[in-house]
Design a protein around this ligand. Structure first.
Ligand code: ISE
Length: 327
């Protein structure tokens, strides 16, 4: 049966989802919404669907699924509104810009007893990441995860945004591949109005280590993961990718943003989400994954501010999320 889906937010990410959803058989894009009138008007023309500037009205209308790609600080509230209206949700990361919002979504989902929210941690659908996850299963115990994440952002973002918008992806990757994180130690090189480079050393509950090396402004966009385990190592890098990487001199093209690097991942994610609407429960990265990533993000911010290590204080996962968190 055709799934009626709405997209809230018609910036870069929302438009990307709307375009992807329109290509998926069995999906009817029923509405697109943006609070910025010009973005809404452009979407009305491009997607030929009813467009409004009222996200709450769209979220409360009741859909098979709602994609939330509006600004971060609206994610949790709109997710709650969509859940109350009986819809399933694909919420772009972060689940919330703060811990309070993320907790409220988890509490609401737990109270309903059924998983209905998926978080847009799309690396979990990226073929290179999936291959690493698969190989790791036969390599014995994990010793170390090395995550690198490089952005080419001309505009500086404050530390909170850098951690909650960008490093939250790497934090999720570590949770997914290595399990819970118990301690973080973060340090940064500043740039006017923001951060240039961040290095985070993380301790996992298994005893394994991980690092996240993040650049907010460098030669191009790229994301890699390398895992060292008892019986071998595995990394996402394709062999043909260049060793020398400087602006304008990539031997294989690297773009400036994530849409190119993760094009397949987004497409696979959106198709999997639509397919999941036929099941009674959501699958993929959960609201709990959103919450636990937020807890670690806040610990990383505390560590940056104090210059000391910060412990991660995470409660036990509610039963309904247990299956996916045992790594
Ligand atoms: C951006 O918001 C994303 O979600 C990208 O996936 C991430 O790599 C980038 O650092 C963020 O700014």
């Amino acid at each position: 049966m055709t799934k009626r889906v709405a997209v809230i937010g018609a910036g870069g990410m929302g438009r990307f989802h709307a375009e992807t959803l329109r290509r998926i058989p069995g999906v009817e894009l029923g509405a697109v919404c943006d609070v910025v009138p010009e973005a809404a008007e452009r979407a009305a023309v491009d997607f030929e669907v009813p467009v409004t500037i009222d996200p709450v009205a769209v979220a409360s209308a009741g859909w098979d699924g709602v994609v939330i790609a509006s600004p971060d600080e609206t994610h949790a509230e709109l997710t709650l509104t969509a859940l109350d209206a009986g819809s399933r949700v694909l919420c772009e990361k972060p689940l919330s810009h703060d811990l309070v919002g993320a907790k409220r979504v988890v509490e609401r989902e737990v109270a309903g007893g059924v998983r209905r929210v998926q978080i847009g941690f799309m690396r979990q659908y990226d073929p290179a990441h999936v291959a690493v996850a698969h190989q790791l299963e036969s390599l014995g115990s994990l010793h170390y995860l090395r995550c690198t994440h490089r952005n080419a952002n001309a505009h500086a973002r404050p530390p909170t945004m850098v951690i909650v918008q960008s490093l939250v992806h790497d934090i999720h990757t570590i949770h997914w591949l290595g399990g819970d994180i118990v301690e973080v130690d973060a340090r940064a090189i500043p740039r006017p109005g923001g951060l240039l480079h961040v290095l985070v050393v993380l301790k996992l509950s298994s005893g394994a280590s991980a690092t996240i090396e993040f650049s907010d402004k460098t030669y191009a966009y790229e994301v890699e993961v390398e895992a060292t385990a008892e019986n071998g190592m595995v990394m996402t890098s394709a062999p043909q990718r260049p060793r020398l990487r400087v602006a304008g001199e990539h031997r294989t093209p690297i773009g400036d943003d994530w849409f190119g690097w993760f094009a397949d991942a987004y497409e696979i994610q959106d198709r999997a989400w639509v397919a999941s609407l036929d099941s009674s429960e959501a699958s993929g990265p959960s609201a709990w994954d959103g919450l636990r990533a937020q807890v670690v993000a806040e610990a990383a911010l505390a560590s940056l501010a104090s210059g000391d290590k910060a412990e991660v204080e995470l409660e036990t996962a509610p039963n309904m999320y247990e299956e996916e968190t045992k790594t």
